[in-house]
Design a protein. Sequence first.
Length: 258
Amino acid sequence: MGASVLNFYRSPWTRTIDLEDGLRTVRTWWGRPARWHRALRVVHDQLAGAPASCAYAFTLFVTWWTLRGISDFAGHRLILSASTNLHNMRRDPVQVLVASAFWTEGGFPWTTILGFLVLMAFAERWLGTVRWIMVFAVGHVASTLIVVTGISHAVDRGLIPLKVTVAADVGASYGFSAVLAALAYHLRGPARLLWMGALLGWYTLGAWRGRTFTDYGHLTGVVIGLLTGAIAVASARWLERLRDHSPGTHETPADHTA
């Protein structure tokens, strides 16, 4: 049973694309007739194949609309109750780890929603919904725990004011950063190294200039995404080598069911 399942194992982690070939294909595709009709079809297929990303974007819209419909005081209290600050993490860590990812502060989160409908949807179509959720969740949870640990360490030593322990901290940016980093493994050759270097450089610059725990959390999310992707790729290659060397790997589905 296990061997038969392994015979058909295919992992998206080892399915890479060449950036130059991809751009060439897009240019050829765009030059054909009825480009706008086909573009709308591609957008439809993209969103249809990424249900979790679309649901996440819709949830962010709903939570923004909820904050818009209540008073500023009530909205601030609601955000604080869902924040992954040190105070809440010590009281009810599981609840705030989940709730914090679905709220945003400030105005309409159009950049975040657009990011989910484009970049996160692309990543979900590549990895599949379950794998995408796992990478996002690992990035969000692990980065938050590391940031909170750093805050606790700094507060205990008097390096930062005590009010930081009850500060508002919500959003999906840690998980978003981790998935962005994991996308590097969908690229092949120099494009992968360029993507990794650009992300690490951008978020390192942000941490150096901002020097807030949120900035460090974004950089941590990128590192976690790269490590998660590296482990996933190594595991997928090991399983594929096991598949290729197991008995009956060259059987076709018809032979297997005969």
